[in-house]
Design a protein around this ligand. Structure first.
Ligand code: DX5
Ligand code: ZN
Length: 226
């Protein structure tokens, strides 16, 4: 198995010290940074915006992936590209024309991702899998960090990985939500190649660097198995 990528998510980070939090996970070997955008419609909370993406862009050279939990993402993608997002992920449930928004994202010079909420079947993205750079599978209902992984997610990861390999694709599958030290290896074995790590990295128990190291250690078993 190739190395699993870790994408820290900042919802539970200390925003008063955002640049320090970014630096801590960068130094601890984060592969990219995951920024959650919530509009109060697609999900109940409102969280973050293009100004935060721009601030993070100034704080790091790491790739920034912007997770757009917003209705009508076609109206928002340009401002997040402008702010410095490298990969923009939209939800298949959030727009009537996913393929057109994916083209729009690519025309803006960004990579494109498509996300699936827990109730949405893997087959929903069949027609666009060949056009995206990453597939995001929600392991929890979107809206909040710190929830428990929904167990059905494992079967969905397996199904998507099979769907991709039938087509000869090795597209990254990112698992977002519910990643913990005790399930990270199983998520990777089921087919995730990128793990979003929110509360497992940013919490009150230990500093981010120590938490990142513990996550890498937890993943090494799955990586060694190949
Ligand atoms: C939830 C967000 C996730 C979340 C992950 O709607 O998309 O990125 O912050 O947090 P944890 O890792 O704590 O589940
Ligand atoms: Zn997210």
């Amino acid at each position: 198995m190739t190395a699993i990528k870790i994408a820290p998510s900042f919802l539970t980070a200390d925003f008063g010290r955002l640049a320090d939090e970014v630096r801590a996970v960068e130094e601890a070997g984060a592969d990219c940074l995951h920024i959650d955008i919530m509009d109060g419609h697609f999900v109940p909370p409102i969280a973050l915006g293009a100004v935060v993406v721009a601030a993070m862009r100034r704080a790091t050279k790491l790739p920034l992936e912007v997770h757009l939990m917003v209705e009508a993402p076609e109206r928002q993608v340009a401002s997040f590209a402008e702010a410095g997002g490298d990969l923009l992920t939209i939800h298949v449930e959030a727009t009537d024309d996913v393929a057109t928004v994916i083209s729009q994202i690519k025309d803006l010079g960004c990579q494109a991702g498509v996300g699936l909420s827990p109730p949405t079947p893997a087959s929903t993205i069949d027609s666009v899998v060949a056009d995206v750079d990453q597939i995001l599978v929600m392991g929890v209902n979107p809206g909040w960090g710190g929830q428990s992984l929904i167990p059905e997610t494992f079967a969905k990861l397996q199904e998507l990985r099979q769907l991709l390999s039938r087509r000869g694709l090795t597209t990254d599958i990112e698992l977002d939500g519910g990643v913990k030290l005790d399930n990270a290896a199983a998520c990777a074995t089921a087919g995730a190649s990128v793990l979003v790590a929110g509360s497992v990295v940013f919490n009150d128990s230990a500093p981010p660097a120590q938490n990142m190291a513990a996550l890498r250690e937890a993943l090494s078993a799955a990586e060694a198995k190949g």
